[in-house]
Design a binder for this molecule. Structure first.
Ligand code: AMP
Length: 281
């Protein structure tokens, strides 16, 4: 398996694959891979002749004061994992390769990107849309794989390919969790032992909300209040947001509808980590 740092070389390899009629899957990541990423890679390997994993900590989606500088990295372990799962190429560019000194173009989105994570992380989705567009243009995949763990990101990417007529199938993959329910995330590595012990309370509270919905409680304000109350019980857990939203538009809804399109999406601060999670309700 090749680790390629340049756009030119990556394009050349992929052009050769395409000339031979091979299909290509892309799994965009920021590296420090875990089983959540692994599930996306395995699915791509199953559904495509060739799989490209991009490993790029995208400076454009971090604001000043966020964790760009300390974001965990382990290229050796990442490449071992990609190899074992059957990926064919890791695209691992430097920031200067992706953003030259004279870089002036951006892809941005309104509405879907404005609430939830977009409300506190101002440039995040502009950075996501721009880098994902660039990766799509470099790799020209048939399919691209994204995790439902980042539900707003998945909705943004789906909207972008629709709006901009990008001929790539976006595949959403289920969230992979630790045995105690905590959603796997590269950022879990920021947690201390004590913080890690309370982190599963986030998913437990989401499950509790789902139970309330099943028992007939459909008012968003009651459901979000229930989640927030569960977090108050543990002073280390600080809710940044907890909202019931439409799963496609990410817009808040006053009531859970019966069509199975709603999510409760949450962001919770725990020590140095900001953990996001969601549940379909
Ligand atoms: P990241 O490296 O955190 O930017 O994530 C890269 C891709 O992996 C995104 O599409 C994420 O949604 C997905 N991903 C991250 N964590 C998980 C998880 N626990 N389960 C499934 N997919 C995940």
């Amino acid at each position: 398996m090749n680790i390629i740092k340049t756009i030119g070389e990556t394009r050349k390899i992929i052009k050769d694959w395409k000339k031979s009629g091979l299909t290509v899957g892309l799994v965009p990541t920021m590296g420090f891979l875990h089983e959540g990423h692994g599930s996306l890679i395995a699915r791509s390997v199953k559904e495509n002749d060739r799989t490209v994993v991009s490993v790029f900590v995208n400076p454009m989606q971090f604001s000043l004061g966020e964790d760009m500088g300390v974001y965990p990295r382990d290229m050796e372990r990442d490449s071992r994992m990609c190899q074992e799962l059957g990926a064919d190429l890791i695209f691992n560019p430097e920031a200067e390769e992706m953003y030259t000194k004279s870089f002036y173009s951006f892809v941005d989105m309104s509405v879907i990107s404005e609430g939830l994570c977009g409300a506190s992380r101002e440039n995040m989705f502009k950075g996501v849309c721009t880098v994902v567009s660039k990766l799509f243009n470099i790799v020209t995949p048939d399919r691209a794989y994204f995790g439902k763990k980042d539900a707003q990101q998945l909705a943004v990417v789906k909207q972008m390919v629709n709006d901009l007529n990008i001929d790539i199938k976006i595949v959403g993959c289920d969230c992979v969790r630790e045995a105690d329910g905590l959603a796997k995330s590269s950022r879990n590595s920021y947690l201390t032992h004590g913080e890690r012990a309370v982190a599963p309370k986030i998913y437990a509270a989401l499950l509790q909300v789902k139970k309330m919905v099943i028992c007939g409680e459909h008012h968003s304000c009651v459901l979000t209040e229930s989640f927030k109350r569960s977090m108050y019980d543990e002073p280390m857990l600080q809710t940044e947001y907890a909202e019931i939203v439409d799963g496609l538009t990410m817009q808040p809804v006053p009531q859970v509808t019966g069509q199975g399109r709603c999510l409760m999406a949450v962001a919770v601060k725990l020590g140095k980590a900001r953990l996001i999670d969601n549940i379909e309700i």
